[in-house]
Design a protein around this ligand. Structure first.
Ligand SMILES: *Cc1c(COP(=O)(O)O)cnc(C)c1O
Length: 349
């Protein structure tokens, strides 16, 4: 899954890296959420399968057909619309059929697969290729896997109720597992898995301590010595109680550093030491109190997520402080942040 700019990591680089890791064929398919993401992936030179997993507004079907993506379809109107796009394009277009087993946001209802399954085949006719069938889990990262096992049971029951595939037609693939289900239940014996967060260093469950993938860093742009009573940031919510030394970092919520981190005990690492973020985070800057950290200088690199010497701030820590999940922190990293890739595949700088 490389949707949302590969969870904020930068889709073109991630797609290239995944193709290399999985060479020579690459992944079975790349998963995205929107047609525009499929187009962006095509522009990187990927000629293989792309599946758009979120429901697509019917107005975008012609665009989807031109981009050569497969759509995930959730109701008969969508099957009709996609078949119409296929007729117009003069091509057989692929689709993956979503079965709703409890996620509730999209998919054909699992209880009535015997009814709609026949209808889907009839409408698809020879215009569409029913390439795969899938469901999505709502709680595979929770300590208790019983709800996920129940969803799996519903999915299998729905599969059993579908009309038997026509002889001579390529077998449809099945896929149910996000990262958590892929790691904790081995993908539930399907043909494919759909890992996202596990590729990007986010935790997939209570006992998972993933290797970090991304660090978030910014330079010290200014240093100032302030007198007691000096205030900082919008709303002047922080006041110096003593002579203090403040460092202004060249990063703000306009880069994806969550504004909620300010009042939630957010920290940065400088010279291997944790220093508190003070006052409200602005769009473009954040200020930290570096009083007593003698070595701090303008131009030094502060770490907002990642490691500095022995000290570390994990993406999970940032997410917890902000009352959200690692997914949102990563996907919230903005285009203004330069992405610096490390390792042998990194583009020249
Ligand atoms: C985003 C997404 C995934 C990946 O989920 P992770 O929890 O990030 O592994 C899998 N399947 C679908 C349909 C998705 O939208």
């Amino acid at each position: 899954m490389v949707k949302a700019d590969a969870y904020g990591m930068g889709m073109p680089f991630v797609a290239r890296a995944l193709r290399k890791v999985l060479a020579p064929e690459g992944p079975w398919a790349f998963g995205v959420a929107a047609v525009c993401e499929g187009e962006a992936l095509r522009a990187t030179g990927w000629g293989g399968r792309i599946v758009v997993f979120s429901p697509v507004p019917p107005g975008e079907y012609p665009r989807a057909a031109r981009a050569g993506v497969a759509l995930a379809l959730s109701d008969l109107d969508a099957v009709h619309g996609w078949a119409e796009a296929a007729r117009t394009a003069g091509e057989v277009l692929p689709f993956h059929l979503e079965i709703d087993t409890g996620m509730g946001r999209s998919g054909f209802p699992w209880e009535r697969a015997g009814v709609w399954g026949t209808e889907v085949e009839r409408v698809a006719g020879d215009r569409l290729c029913w390439e795969g069938t899938f469901t999505h889990f709502h709680s595979a990262d929770e300590p208790d896997l019983a709800p996920t096992d129940a969803q799996w049971g519903r999915f299998r029951e729905a599969l059993r109720s579908l009309p038997s595939p026509v002889v001579g037609v390529p077998r449809r693939v099945t896929h149910v597992a996000n990262s958590a289900a892929a790691l904790r239940r081995d993908g539930y014996a399907c043909d494919l898995v759909r890992p996202g967060i596990a590729l990007y260093g986010g935790s997939t469950g209570p006992d998972d301590r993933p290797v970090p993938v991304a660090s978030l860093r910014a330079r010290v742009a200014l240093l100032r010595d302030v007198a007691p009573g000096a205030t900082v940031g919008y709303g002047a919510t922080y006041t110096a109680r003593r002579p203090e030394r403040w460092a202004t970092l060249a990063i703000g919520y306009g880069d994806g550093l969550p504004r909620a981190l300010g009042p939630a005990g957010g920290r940065a690492l400088l010279c291997g030491q944790a220093v508190p973020i003070i006052g409200r985070i602005s769009m473009d800057v954040a200020v930290v109190d570096v009083t007593g950290v003698a070595e701090v200088a303008v131009g030094q690199i502060a770490t907002l997520i990642g490691r500095d010497g022995q000290a570390e701030i994990t993406v999970s820590e940032v997410a917890e402080r902000c009352g959200t999940i690692a997914y949102e922190i990563l996907a919230g990293l903005m285009p203004r942040l330069p992405r610096v890739y490390l390792g042998s595949d990194a583009p020249a700088r």
